[in-house]
Design a protein around this ligand. Sequence first.
Ligand SMILES: NC(=O)c1ccc[n+]([C@@H]2O[C@H](COP(=O)([O-])OP(=O)(O)OC[C@H]3O[C@@H](n4cnc5c(N)ncnc54)[C@H](OP(=O)(O)O)[C@@H]3O)[C@@H](O)[C@H]2O)c1
Length: 265
Amino acid sequence: MAKRKLQSKRILLTGASSGIGYALAQQLVAAGNDILVVARREQRLISLQEATNECTGTIHCLAGDITSGDFRAEMIHWVDTNWDSTLDVLINNAGIGSHQAFADSKPEYLRQIMDVNVIAPLELIRGHLQQLRRGQSPAICNVGSVLGHVALPGNSEYCASKFALHGFSDALRAELSNEQIDVVLVSPSTTRTEFFDSLLAGPQAGKSDKGMSVQVVARKIVRAIEKGTRESILSWKALLGVWQDRIFPSLTSRQLASWYHRNSK
Ligand SMILES: NC(=O)c1ccc[n+]([C@@H]2O[C@H](COP(=O)([O-])OP(=O)(O)OC[C@H]3O[C@@H](n4cnc5c(N)ncnc54)[C@H](OP(=O)(O)O)[C@@H]3O)[C@@H](O)[C@H]2O)c1
């Protein structure tokens, strides 16, 4: 049974200018929610707003970089001013990746990935917590990855960031359990988005043609938030991989290492 219906809610969504975030915004505004969408590419956000202006809900755009403390303060101020300091749902979706052997990577990539995928979402939660406490059946949704459950060689920095988000979500869920604020961790596997075109290193041509569709992923995310699911791995294949890793960790490590060395020759 649903714990909340995502309808007429005040929702803050990061990373809405493309991919999963864009599809999520479309579905949430069609369901009649009031959404503040955030990303750096302002024109993309405006196009999203224009494309959905017939919907029952409303989209508000705020363009900026979530790794900037000043911009995060602007987001908090926006909610204070426009939504009477009240937020029902915070969705931390913005994320970046890199695909390269750690030995060949650069310190600035590690820092950038951790800043966008870990520090920014955690600081957004800290900054908006008081507003969420005033919300209607409030929830925080962190978009992780199946690589936050099973570590894939060649993606070490991204895995580090998504494992961090996973661990943080588990700890915070327990801390907030007596305040009825749900912490939902959703973990997509490969999804057809621009994610692979904007990797910091090792672009994989054609990769974005494979995987789940953004509409399916967005629908599953909405359902997980509505149910208040603690952890949702969004594909059966990924779920099997996660269970294999939990039950047979050494076997899984050996298989992944041999797959990696075969493919990186
Ligand atoms: N695609 C996959 O296969 C896959 C699989 C598992 C998990 N995920 C996760 O799903 C989430 C969404 O990714 P996606 O696949 O939809 O990728 P995407 O199409 O590349 O979207 C990423 C979004 O994050 C925003 N973003 C990146 N850096 C930002 C920053 N510094 N400040 C503000 N916004 C920023 C981008 O907007 P701007 O560039 O306009 O700022 C964009 O809207 C990510 O957390 C990703 O790790 C994706």
